[in-house]
Design a binder for this molecule. Structure first.
Ligand SMILES: [Zn+2]
Length: 125
């Protein structure tokens, strides 16, 4: 498949939930980036600086390859929430790991911090 054909395939033919699935299941937490673009048509308004967009895409590295998957505007809130949830979970895991490393020093303070974060997380919708 040509690079152009592959790009069309990813943007148009992929199921709508593919981006949410990637946001949820990719080992590394992908970055959600928004961008504006020029279409290249000679008479288009974007030539004068009125760019098209915003478009949204997940970006991540697959070994040496930088990959991206377009995210429909209607899927952006769900994808953003999923990424935020995963970052929070990762931070809690790191905190728990740090806690195990520092179990002999400042234990009470760290326990209180973890509990406060878990409580705050539990109260979020
Ligand atoms: Zn244009």
């Amino acid at each position: 498949m040509s690079p152009h054909g592959e790009k069309r395939f990813l943007t148009a033919a992929e199921p709508a939930r593919a981006a949410t699935e990637i946001a949820k299941s990719l080992y590394k937490i992908p970055a959600l980036l928004s961008f504006w673009t020029r279409c290249g048509k000679p008479r288009c308004r974007c030539r004068e600086g009125h760019l098209h967009g915003p478009y949204h895409a997940l970006h991540w590295r697959d070994g040496a390859i930088q990959r991206r998957r377009y995210v429909r505007a209607s899927d952006v809130p769900a994808v953003r929430a999923m990424l935020e949830k995963r970052r929070t979970e990762r931070n809690l895991q790191r905190l728990a790991f740090a806690l195990s490393l520092h179990s002999c020093r400042g234990l009470d303070r760290l326990v209180a911090e973890v509990e406060a974060r878990l409580r705050a997380e539990g109260e979020d919708p």
